[in-house]
Design a binder for this molecule. Structure first.
Ligand SMILES: [Zn+2]
Length: 222
């Protein structure tokens, strides 16, 4: 899928992604963005070529497969069967293939928990504990509680769009939230918005409603 986007992973993240040193949760988000962003796909391909060249120069006898990235991307782009599960109520057509693979995992059949009248969350199991990975759904025109972030959060818009005080985010956009960032996402009025997110720590709500909802916003309450 080719699309011009306004919000991308940092250059450092793409370098780490190419080098294979990015953590699993962040890699899932970066891969989701690459599905939608030709610009970043080209950059990762360029980085992969540089990495392959460096390996070739360091190990002349090594077998260098310059087409590895293309093969990986071809696999990612292969259509996957739709999720068939009675608990899956979400239209996932157009989602990145590796996200669909996650959703096809028996552990990851989305179980949506309502956080407010306008927002639901479904945790995804990714085999790591550094980040909580989840899908967030905002209904059309929904206004979510104002909240800040105690840790890093990466968000990729998989479907629809939403906005906050800073910008409008459309399908494929990659949003980075730093600790201390405060925002109030609002879903677009023309349809529901579904995002993939990886967050370091539970968010802390600022409004009275948020304070009431705060325990519910933890994806994995302890
Ligand atoms: Zn990009």
């Amino acid at each position: 899928m080719t699309k011009f986007l306004n919000h991308h992973p940092s250059s450092e993240m793409l370098v780490e992604f190419s080098a294979g040193t990015l953590d699993t949760a962040t890699s899932i988000c970066v891969s989701a963005h690459l599905h939608f962003c030709k610009c970043c796909r080209n950059e990762v391909a360029r980085l992969n070529e540089i990495g392959a060249q460096l390996m070739y120069e360091a190990q002349p006898e090594a077998i260098i497969d310059n087409g590895l990235f293309d093969k990986v991307m071809a696999q990612i782009d292969q259509p996957q069967p739709a999720v068939e599960n009675s608990r899956e109520k979400t239209d996932i057509s157009g989602f990145p293939t590796h996200v669909n693979k996650l959703l096809n995992d028996a552990q990851n059949t989305p179980v949506w928990k309502r956080l407010s009248s306008s927002m639901e969350v479904a945790k995804l199991f990714t085999g790591q504990s550094k980040f909580e990975v989840a899908l967030h759904k905002i209904c059309a025109g929904g206004v979510t509680p104002k909240h800040d972030h105690r840790g890093l959060e990466y968000t990729v818009v998989l479907k629809g769009s939403f906005s906050d005080e800073k910008s409008v985010y459309t399908q494929g956009d990659f949003i980075i939230r730093e600790p201390g960032d405060v925002h109030q996402p609002m879903g677009a009025k023309n349809g529901e918005c579904i995002c993939l997110s990886a967050r370091e720590a539970p968010i802390k709500l600022k409004s009275i409603l948020g304070l009431i909802l705060n325990p519910w916003l933890r994806v994995n309450p302890s």
